[in-house]
Design a binder for this molecule. Sequence first.
Ligand SMILES: [Fe+2]
Length: 383
Amino acid sequence: MSEVRNDSAEYNLENTSRLIRTQADDGSYAPDAPEWTRGIDNPYLHGVYAPTTEEVTAEDLEVIGELPDDLFGVYMRNGPNPVFEPGEKYHPFDGDGMIYAIYFKDGKASYRNRWVQTDAFLAEKKAGKSIWPGIMGEHDYTLDGFPVKDTSNTDLLYFNDDIVTLWYNAGIPYSLDRHTLKTKGRETFNGQLKRALSAHAKIDLEKDELIYFDYWDEPPYMLYGIADKSGNVIHQENIELPGARLPHDIGFTPNYVLLHDLPFFHDMDILERTKKRIVTFHRDMPTRFGVQPRYGKGSEVKWFECEPCYILHIVNCWEEGDWVVQVGCRSTNPMPKANPEEGELSHMLAYMRLEANMYVWKFNMKTGEVVEGDLHTMNTECG
Ligand SMILES: [Fe+2]
């Protein structure tokens, strides 16, 4: 099946060849990658990152060893899998969302992968080419929906008997059949979702609730909400922030939600002028965490100031008496220095070399005291 070819000799894939392995042991390149990827020197289009052109259904997979008879369930992941050659430089966050699933039942395993059929995916399929810019391109406000492509490629949840997919920049969630992975359409929480959902939302398995947030570029800038197991919104509150932000995750405990106001965000004047979302780390601004009674009013949020940092992913949150504790992966250098030898992709590649470590923050709800510090110094992320 594998076609043995030499992309490195035919094209100048300098960055790609230096950063990742592009060939299998037999010398073959990803055989199911689209032709347009071959000449693009971007490591996120080759090797293990190469997109596939196939939607596969494979029953009764070969099992090496033995699967327990009583193993019953599914492992799923969401990820970027671009269909068409982008009009701009490709960023790994840009690819159309694809769900990959391996199902286990009766000692057997089966596999399927399907694109998330977002509005943008369907429009581009119809046009036969890419339409929306990616995040490194200029925002195009003449397009329907978001000015960069909302791909729903970032996270997935099992909720209300469906799979719900999310996008990192706060996008439209989509619901998919959990067995066939067929996209059913936009997830609107029975018409009650005000706008969009952030990269990550959380399921509280004890209370059977989905805890979510949304953020955007105008006041009040943030919202958080809770949906019950039937998909009805049972709580939704605006949260006022000092400006547009780029939070990525949300924490919760039995009684609180934890919201992030992080000093790593874009300048709205620059966005208006250049149509690009240029992010800056403001090392002189504190990180603020809003600890909010779970079903409280937005005005009840209690803000705690901490050392400047950026956070992608929370690991866990809990309560200890008057204290609310959060553990997450913390970065104090979310803008690593770019290597000029990497040319036009140098900034993107620098951002992707994430530096973060496990960190703990403790907030005293009675006294307002904060305790924070490293849990470990090892470079750690999860998502
Ligand atoms: Fe994430």
